[in-house]
Design a protein around this ligand. Structure first.
Ligand code: SF4
Length: 310
């Protein structure tokens, strides 16, 4: 049976991920390995394996970085405590934090400085949340669901602000903000949405194809927040959906009776993996590929100065 592949666009790498990977690539080119990176530079197993093969060394914490070495902070950002620890250790640090995550850190500092309780909407344990929480740890509370809002206690209900993780589901986050505003009418938030353009665009692009699909495949790794949100979004549309790291994860039984496969990729998944997925589908069935582009992204972030002018 012939398969129609509906390809969501935008999909795959965002500007923050491209910048973070380029930081490590440029350092490897300019200085050679090893280049230490705290945490995965972006949440994708293939990106990490590729950079590892070229001399990057990924560590969980700074105590695994030798004295005097250079360490790159990943796209998800770090708390001030991690930065201070690097200074104490005498490490050279190069910051690959996405500028859109840096914006959220600045908001956390500003809101806390005016005396607010900062309600941070996001997923416990995610590196981005750990970093943002660290900006004002005594004044920040994490909220993960509408249910959490009911249980919140704050010092002063007139002084409450919210911030969000950059990679959340737009619709679910709106529900949480609405619940917060109902409890704290004086609630204040960021001037512009913290859920980043790339996350939002990938969700809207998937929404544009989901209802026509019998199956949705999302290319991305299991620790990629924005990729997981895409799988959940497709399932909320009632469409079976699976997260795949690469074509090797595709199971033939998923395709039984399927005529239209929606394909997308999280912001940390390389475009070549999407091509590989389509090639793998084409080995199983004749495929016709139709791309649905809802918007074109032209955002680029400049590299840190030390990388641009070594
Ligand atoms: S998903 Fe958004 S916040 Fe995360 S790296 Fe990409 S552009 Fe930056």
């Amino acid at each position: 049976m012939a398969l129609t592949v509906l390809l969501a666009s935008p999909r795959s790498f965002c500007a923050g991920v491209e910048r973070a990977i380029a930081v490590v690539e440029q350092l490897l080119q300019q200085r050679g390995g090893p280049i230490y990176v705290r945490k995965q530079i972006v949440h994708n197993t293939h990106v990490v394996a590729d950079l590892e093969a070229r001399g990057a060394v990924f560590v969980e914490e700074l105590n695994s970085v030798p004295d005097g070495a250079t360490v790159v902070f990943s796209a998800h950002g770090v708390s001030p405590a991690v930065r201070a620890n690097a200074v104490d250790r005498g490490l050279e640090t190069i910051d690959a934090t996405c500028p859109l995550v840096t914006k959220v850190h600045a908001e956390a500092r500003r809101f806390a400085a005016r005396g607010d309780t900062v309600v941070l909407i996001g997923h416990a344990g995610h590196e981005e949340i750990e970093g943002t929480l660290g900006e004002a740890v005594d004044q920040t509370v994490l909220v993960q669901s509408v249910d959490d809002v009911a249980e919140l206690t704050v010092a002063d209900s007139q002084r409450v602000s919210y911030l969000t993780q950059t990679t959340l589901a737009a619709d679910e986050t709106t529900e949480i903000i609405t619940a917060l505003r109902a409890r704290f009418p004086a609630l204040r938030g960021p001037a512009s949405d913290d859920i980043c353009y790339a996350t939002t665009n990938r969700q809207y692009a998937l929404q544009a194809i989901a209802d026509e699909s019998d199956l949705v495949l999302v290319v991305g790794s299991s620790n990629s927040s924005n990729s997981l949100r895409l799988v959940e979004l497709a399932r909320r549309h009632g469409i079976p959906s699976y997260l795949i790291d690469d074509p090797g994860d595709i199971r033939s039984e998923w395709l039984e009776g399927v005529e239209v496969v929606g394909v997308t990729a999280g912001a940390s998944a390389p475009p070549r993996l999407v091509d590989a997925v389509i090639a793998a589908l084409a080995e199983l069935h004749p495929v016709k590929v139709i791309e649905r582009e809802i918007t074109r992204e032209n955002i680029r972030f400049t590299l840190p100065l030390v990388v641009r002018r070594p």
